[in-house]
Design a protein. Sequence first.
Lengths: 92, 470
Amino acid sequence: MVSLEDVYHVAKLSKIEVNEDEARKFRDEFEKILEYFNLLDEAPESEPMYHVLELINVFREDSPKICLTQNEALMNTRHKEEGYFKGPKVME
Amino acid sequence: MEDVTIGLEVHVQLNKLKTKLFCSCPLNYHDSPPNTHVCPVCLGMPGAMPVLNKEAVKAAIKVAMALNAKIQQTVVFDRKNYFYPDLPKGFQISQYDRPLAFGGYVIVDVDGVEKRIDLKRIHIEEDPGKLYYKGSITVAKYSLIDYNRSGAPLLEIVTEPVMKSPKEARAFLNKLRILLEYLDVFDPELEGAMRVDANVSIAGGGRVEIKNISSFKGVEKALNYEIMRQRNLIKMGRKIERETRHFDEAQSITVSLRSKEEEQDYRYFPEPDLVPINVEELMKEVGKLPELPEEKKERLKAQYGISENYAKVLVLDPKMSDYFEIVAKSVNAKIAATWVVDVLRGELNYRGWNFLKCFEKFPPEEFSKLLNYFLEEKITEKGVVEVLRTKLDQGGKVEEIVEKKRLFAIPKSEILNFCKEVIEENPKAVQDYYSGKKQAINFLVGQVMKKTKGRADPEETAKILSDLLK
Ligand SMILES: [Zn+2]
């Protein structure tokens, strides 16, 4: 069972604001989704799949390439100061 | 401290690599202006794809091997989801249930007693960027973010909660640092090279996690403070709650943080942009590990006939033992060990230098030359120390320093002449000596030293004087 609290918690982790109506709607939808996943209990046991491709070991050599300049790095934001990005203050 | 239990999570930056973990941005960002070592991948721009640095995985495998850990056949990266401004993608690429290795152990020496510290797991992850606050966090209205560090290759090494004192924790970190230096994957001098989270609990109380202790010495301080804090609470009859605290390095105290996410809140899932690693092929490429401290210690003892104690100290720094081995090529090994460990090491410590620096300031070949002057009795022991200090502080060539400071010892025949002179010139002291005041000889030695400007060996001089006065 999914509670409204669960929905608010998940919304908070995702930094999304939901009102009570939306929360009820999400609760019902979450329940349907989880119910659907119950089908997996009937599937035969097998190794978990970690990737859809059968590729393994895709690597890059450890040789530096030219990266962005500071101007290029900051060109898409208004939130900048003295070469830094400006972000929210985080008090833990 | 039998009732104390400590576990550590150590973040080690594989900072000897040339590029970041998932992009080709150069890793030498340490003295650079902000946001100059960045690209779409490490800035978390939409559509940018990570590609794994092969050497980073090889370096991680080396560390896991040296720590006796069980490296897993199939290794998978996962997304750890949380929002924090230093994490531009909204998740950190880390490892969850298929990490690089499980288990492992390190043997440490705590006050001469060997102790085995067991490990839980070792995984590879990317470093976040770095936040700054203008003024301080309390007055600043926003954070400033530098993503130069974002995507730097990190290893997280997690111990079992098996340490019983802050001292043991320090011994573990020391040993770990030495191993990493032997493997040549880590430079401890670079800022943020090693960061530690520590769990500490006292029997019956909740487990307290201390986050992000950024210096090596900070760990012992933070643990000592935290144990004292918990003991005081217990004395007052209070219960220790499970919580997360932050170590305030400047004040050497720990401060409570608001509760952090539970593990399930990170919503780990396999990183779809990276394919699994099969380590077999890489293990072959890594091959055999270089000589590690234990092996080196045994070899030094067997090859040079030096004592366990000297060998033990020499291998604490691979550069120190390398230095010793070069000196021992042309100087008796036991004498070389004494001078390198007891004298040179102290002089370097005093200056806050390590042996890497010593190679540059006083190359081992030149140190050998100086020691040979001493062994050939061309200069005194005191002279050696004086040349050593001058060489370290002012540079110059050994023979020139010896020449300039007139340190070449005086031949015995000359000392004998000076002794005769001194005896003639100081009848009072001689009288005293004969009447039983044996310390009068020190005065006479002093007079000879004066005449020779300190170039005579005092012991030798005392012996000549007492022979003359028989
Ligand atoms: Zn990059």
